[in-house]
Design a protein around this ligand. Sequence first.
Ligand SMILES: [Zn+2]
Length: 258
Amino acid sequence: MEKNKCKNCNKEIENEIFVLNLWVCPYCNYHHTIDARDRLQITADSNSFNELGKNISSVDFLNFYDIKSYGERLKETRLKASLDDAIIVGDAQIEGNDVALGIMDFGFMGGSMGSVVGEKIKILSNYSIGKNIPLVIFCTSGGARMQEGTISLMQMAKTVSSIGRVKENRIPYITVITNPTSGGVSASFATIADIIIAEPHALFCFAGPRVIKQTIKKNPPPDFGSAERNLKNGQVDMIVNRGDLKDTLANLLRLFRG
Ligand SMILES: [Zn+2]
């Protein structure tokens, strides 16, 4: 029997139990990172998802090179993650409620936000306005995509203004913060939602504890950037276990509709 080791408590979890438990450790409730397709499967009603903005993909317009070229990196990641970029967007139903749904994937270059993530969020926002349906985005990101330089930073303004139009149209906007959500994503569209839900213990901050420590030469508090600390400080509205997320979202969507 295939086994998985919990990244938090190190206990072995049988594969079948791990999957049934939605990749949450049954011993310590650690929520392991999942990819966008798995997230979609456990969130949207079956066969309800229609992808928007398919086949939009980034190009290496700066000829960026670190230890390999950005173009090469994109090609490899696309194959490995079976995704065009770090987010999938589309129209879906959650317990029968229509939503414009976006799901980020940390496995695609650390969920970094480049021009394609920004464009897809714009497409999704416009779709939500056109159909007058709520916008729900699952966030996970290490920040801006450095391989796209300044253009990646501009996506902060682009996503915020796209979502600003959703708000002008008085359409509900909900984000679900998953581990980790940081950098330009936490500083833009992740934090301007009407309701911000987080999974337990998700890291949710601008700069992570390691960077803070290097900068101020002091240890940040042990719960720095955690969903729980963010809840205490008012940055997060509720913390919801993965197993309860679909119901919670459906209840909120019904509430908004009513
Ligand atoms: Zn565990």
